[in-house]
Design a protein around this ligand. Structure first.
Ligand SMILES: *Cc1c(COP(=O)(O)O)cnc(C)c1O
Length: 374
């Protein structure tokens, strides 16, 4: 077996110990003589694993009693529609902060959802520049730049823009805004990279496939008060109170995905939890940005220093042909997934939790040699 150094943006690298544990338990889960995938979601073996995943999430993130941990399906993209469906009342309005492609998508789905159900959407702050169809995004706003409107149902932001490599709260100057409206964050690509103060958020959510598991599951951490305020005139399957009242077992959940999240969280805990993960991630990002800034005539990161993502490091080479050659040569050395998103081009290194510091050191050394060679 020859496992590569996987820098994919998502689905992305998973910790080897979590995968190995799955392999070991694949055919016979908890001594039951069948795979976890073959179990009833109402059986005691699966339920123990489900409960463990929720408990680990609460423990690692420090989720207070005011909040609920939910597992839902449909991807983060479905939540772009489901959040306004639940939380914007008839005649109400929601505020959005736009810092890249994913927040643009969240806004456009919210517009459709509120048009259907009688409400509206306002962009409270956008850091996009340029008036073409594709805006350029190179920073998160300073906390003082963001003001929620009086009575806004919530303020939504994307904590890490996976495509543009722009992240909130990596520096004090780009801390999350303090708002009167409940704060909602799409943390799909930076969930559990470090500790956050959950009590400051009405809702955090993340598709699992970037940082904490396989695709097919979305984790929500939501204030109970906000769940209760949700509309009741939308189908029950879309109401957040439905998973909340049923421990995310209203209908069949993505059992294998939740099982894998359990394995990943248990690995994360063994490594020292979120404080250890933050130190590890900041060090990896430091090595990568060091390699970029150390070769200023060759590599360029467009993102302002205070917003540079710890999770998705983006940069350009002098020409597109150089970038193509870079991706190809890296692949020859077992380093894959380095091509930037098709909408922005360039190189993107996704350095999620499961990406080993040793891979980053190897990539940085390769970058240095590549730049020297020109
Ligand atoms: C990948 C991603 C999404 C979309 O996730 P799906 O689960 O594919 O719907 C949404 N937001 C961010 C920030 C992402 O990185």
């Amino acid at each position: 077996m020859n496992r590569v150094k996987n820098f994919n943006a998502g689905p992305a690298a998973l910790p080897l110990p979590a995968l190995e544990r799955a392999r070991l338990e694949f055919l016979d889960f908890a001594g039951s003589g069948m795979s976890v995938m073959e179990h009833s979601h109402r059986g005691k073996e699966y339920e123990a694993c489900h409960d463990e995943a929720i408990a680990l999430m609460k423990e690692l993130l420090g989720v207070p009693d005011t909040h609920e941990v939910l597992f839902v399906q449909g991807g983060a993209s479905q939540l772009f529609a489901q959040i306004p469906m639940n939380l914007v009342q008839k005649g109400g309005s929601a505020d959005y902060v736009v810092t890249g492609a994913w927040s643009e998508k969240a806004v456009s789905e919210a517009k459709l959802a509120t048009a259907m159900l009688g409400g509206s959407v306002r962009v409270a702050c956008s850091t996009g520049t340029g008036d073409g169809k594709e805006k350029s995004y190179v920073r998160a706003p300073a906390p003082g730049e963001v003001k929620a409107a009086d009575g806004a149902a919530y303020l939504h932001l994307t904590s890490n823009e996976t495509i543009h490599g722009v992240q909130f709260d990596v520096s004090a100057a780009r801390a999350f805004p303090a708002t009167s409206a409940p704060l909602i964050a799409d943390m799909s690509s930076d969930f559990l990279w470090k500790k956050v103060d959950v009590s400051k958020f009405g809702l955090l959510y993340a598709g699992a496939q970037k940082n904490i598991g396989p695709s097919g599951v979305v984790v929500m951490v939501m204030a109970k008060a906000l769940i209760e305020q949700g509309r009741k005139d939308i189908p029950k399957i879309f109401q957040f109170r439905t998973p909340a009242e049923n421990k995310s077992l209203y209908n069949t959940p993505p059992t294998f995905g939740i099982y894998m999240i359990r394995n990943v969280l248990s690995w994360l805990k063994g490594l020292g939890g979120l404080p250890a993960m933050e130190a590890r991630n900041r060090k990896k990002a430091g090595v990568l940005y060091g390699a970029i800034d150390g070769n200023p005539g060759y590599f360029k990161c467009p993102v302002e220093k205070q917003s540079r993502s710890v999770m998705n490091v983006v940069f350009r080479l002098p020409t597109e042909a150089d970038e193509e050659r870079f991706v190809k040569e890296a692949k020859g050395k077992g380093m894959v997934g380095l091509k930037g998103h098709r909408s922005v081009g360039g190189i993107r290194v996704s350095a999620y939790n499961a990406v080993e510091p040793g891979w980053i050191d190897e990539l940085a050394a390769f970058m240095g040699e590549f730049a020297k060679k020109g």
